[in-house]
Design a protein around this ligand. Sequence first.
Ligand SMILES: [Zn+2]
Ligand SMILES: [Zn+2]
Length: 391
Amino acid sequence: MHFLVQTKPFPDEALESYLLRLARNNSYHGYSELADILWQWLAEQDHELEGALPLELNKVDVYHARQASSFRIRALKLVAQLADVNAGDILELACRRSNFKFGNLAAVSRNELTIPLELLRTENIPVCIECLSESSYIPFYWHLKPYKACHKHKTQLTTQCGECHNLIDYRASEALLECGCSCKLTCSEQLNDADFKIASALVSNNSQKIAGLISWFAKVKQLDVGDADFNRAFVDYFSTWPDGFTAELDLLTNNARLKQLNPLNKTKLNSVYADLIRDAQRAATSNRKNIVLDEIINYFVELVDSNPKSKHPNIADLLLCTFDTAVLLNTTTEQVYRLHQEGFLNCAYPQKKHEQLRADSHVFYLRQVFELQQAFAAERPQTKKQFIAPW
Ligand SMILES: [Zn+2]
Ligand SMILES: [Zn+2]
């Protein structure tokens, strides 16, 4: 078996788009017909590969395969052989699961870009009509939820069919410029300049900087990245970073002072700042930078400095759990236990013999953790690093 018409992938093409073009160029009705034939052929070559390529286009990307992803890769290499193209060029189109995590969020990687899995579109893939008129393929960034306007043509992507109003998904319709109802797609929406800014940032070298930030912002503001005004809110918030964030933290600090029921040295940090530190982990970049966490550390360092230890417990005496302590010290919970055993961190309560500290037990003083943090991270610049928004 061999494909007669060679189909080269575009470097920024989505894997689904490539397989659809491969099928069409070789006169198959669509991907599903091709997949049916490939299913048989793969099973004959290597019985482990039976079912390694799904029959639905929207399940074909490597990250869907989970445990079977190595078989999916092997199957794609065979497809590359049939198509007479370099296997590496096809594998580069795939999104794979990554070992990196944005806090508790799973991540996927495609070439240099690592993003939270939750930022991939699942239900629909909007399109730029002008791009498709120039070349008939779907770039992978149309699969990203925050990418809502075309950075090349400065137009909003088309999300809905003008006729039947269904959401557009080329993986379901197996057509690029037509809706499933066979109507031609048209563009009518006005350009949203925040969408354009985010789209440009996502395709630039700065994409790493904002992928985690987008997930963090959606979580803490309880917004849906798919909402029409999400990018506007995001751009506005980060244009004045970190002022809005600091003001929010100040408000929580003042509320704690006013409304305290227990002495502050018996109050958990979480009951004042909620999941601030846990959530901040989402804002990570795959090269381990995190501007939200940096800002939180700056904030608490200043809070400790301006609330020195005194007879009466103050806001800098709040209690941290082991997990948050590990995040702030940029280490593991096991290391925090060691710091405790070796006397670097005191426990707020007398411990019973052989008592194990749990990750969620609030036993360390905010003050001491930050004194330790400063002692260990002496190379951290004392002046605030300026965050420059990538748009
Ligand atoms: Zn375009
Ligand atoms: Zn339609």
